[in-house]
Design a protein around this ligand. Structure first.
Ligand code: AMP
Length: 408
């Protein structure tokens, strides 16, 4: 018996959840599932890693599993809109696991792959459609999908949609949906544009805020290495000599940079692949699958491609380049230390990065310790800029007023 039995969910869903190994609902699931079963709209301020996929999908599966209808051709009873192809296929995989045995019709659609199989699946009528905005608009434009039968709409990762420039697409999709529906909006942060959108599309929503980032970053052992740019590859090799780093995710700034790092690693017989928007969808999926299956030790990614990816047991995240937007620092290091495990995050900083590093430290409300006992350490000539002791942009439970510590 798990605490999931306390929700009014179909027995088969509870069985599936147990098979996935979930012992008890996460906080977001506890808050969302009853409210959604009651038919409420929902505003969820939470990021991936909190268990939000199950939080929104279990009630949807339950609703359609309990009430099967003949779905009209080219229509869907629910739409889950998410920004990236990786997230879309991850959500679909989870839903198909939870809904196994209920006979629901589901499909995921995104660009970069053939559209005919997508058109054919939608033609039969769907219970659940998971989509990225571009391909969905394309299918709408050709009349291959309509929303006359839509009952539930989920907008996932609304702030990422904004960051990736999909906001107009999202608004145009929303304007085609029937007004009478249940609406769920999830976002890790609430910039003004999202607040306005939430007010416009949600009807007396239940509000749920989960400070997942608090949990995540406290479990991550963070450090920064000061060095010259030319020493980045040698330092990376030096770090990777440690066999404990079995699964390593490296973030870098450009697609080109990611490919160069992969070439260097391959020369040293370290299995690696890159994940970025310059690769075809099939190659991206293959890289991710191989990384998940540990056939690859290292995945080198850009921010956009890696946002929200759910890979278990990443032992080390390396910021080969610091993120320009401090918020991405949290997203990046949150790839390790998932599901309550601890993890490590190492950031490389060259002298010109110091201001960026200070911005990151201000945003997390912590000073990241500098590792000086490493072969490529460089003392920077400028005095380090003191982190302002201001209220962190992200809540953390750690003390925020540590001095810049040097660790061995
Ligand atoms: P999400 O935030 O939906 O991307 O979920 C993050 C990870 O947590 C996924 O690998 C899920 O399979 C897992 N997960 C979701 N709910 C639970 C739960 N109640 N107990 C344990 N793991 C969970």
């Amino acid at each position: 018996m798990s605490e999931f039995t306390e929700f009014s969910l179909l027995a088969s869903i509870i069985d599936r959840v147990s098979l996935k190994g979930y012992k008890q609902p996460t906080p977001i699931q506890k808050a969302c599932i009853p409210a959604l079963i009651d038919g409420n709209d929902l505003l969820g301020i939470a990021q991936t890693g909190t268990g939000k996929t199950a939080a929104f999908s279990l009630p949807i599966i339950n609703k359609f599993g309990q009430n099967k209808i003949d779905i009209k051709a080219k229509s869907t009873r629910s739409l889950i809109l998410t920004p990236t192809r990786e997230l879309a296929s991850q959500i679909m995989q989870n839903i198909d696991d939870y809904a196994d045995g209920l006979g629901l019709k589901t499909k995921v659609v995104y660009g970069g792959v053939g559209r005919q199989a997508q058109v054919d699946a939608i033609a039969l009528g769907l219970d659940i459609l998971v989509a990225t905005p571009g391909r969905l608009l394309d299918l709408m434009a050709t009349g291959d999908i309509n929303f006359q039968a839509l009952e539930v709409f989920v907008l996932d990762e609304a702030d990422t949609m904004l960051d990736m420039g999909f906001f107009n697409d999202v608004q145009s999709i929303i304007s085609s949906l029937p007004k009478q529906r249940q609406t769920l909006l999830f976002s890790a942060t609430m910039p003004t544009e999202i607040e306005i959108l939430a007010q416009a599309i949600l009807n007396h929503p239940t509000k749920v805020q989960i400070a997942a980032e608090t949990v995540t970053i406290d479990l991550v052992n963070q450090s920064v290495y000061h060095l010259d740019k030319s020493n980045k590859v040698p330092l990376l090799f030096n770090i990777l000599e440690n066999p404990d780093f079995e699964k390593v995710l490296i973030f870098c700034k450009t697609k080109y940079g990611a490919d160069i790092i992969v070439k260097e690693l391959e020369k040293a017989s370290i299995t690696a692949a890159s994940l970025h928007s310059g690769k075809t969808q099939a190659v991206r999926e293959e890289a991710l699958q191989n990384f998940k299956a540990s056939t690859l030790r290292v995945l080198v990614a850009t921010d956009v491609a890696a946002r929200g990816i759910d890979v278990d047991n990443i032992t080390l995240v390396v910021n080969y380049n610091l993120p320009e937007d401090p918020r991405n620092y949290i997203h990046r290091i949150g790839r390790t230390a998932r599901a309550g495990k601890s993890g490590m995050a190492i950031s490389f900083a060259v002298e010109n990065d110091i201001r960026q590093l200070t911005n990151i430290e201000n945003s997390i409300g912590q000073v990241i310790p500098v590792i000086t006992q490493q072969p490529f350490h460089k003392e920077f000539s400028k005095a380090p800029i003191q982190s302002k002791k201001k209220k962190p942009a992200v809540k953390t439970s750690k003390k925020t007023n540590r001095s810049r510590t040097k660790r061995k």
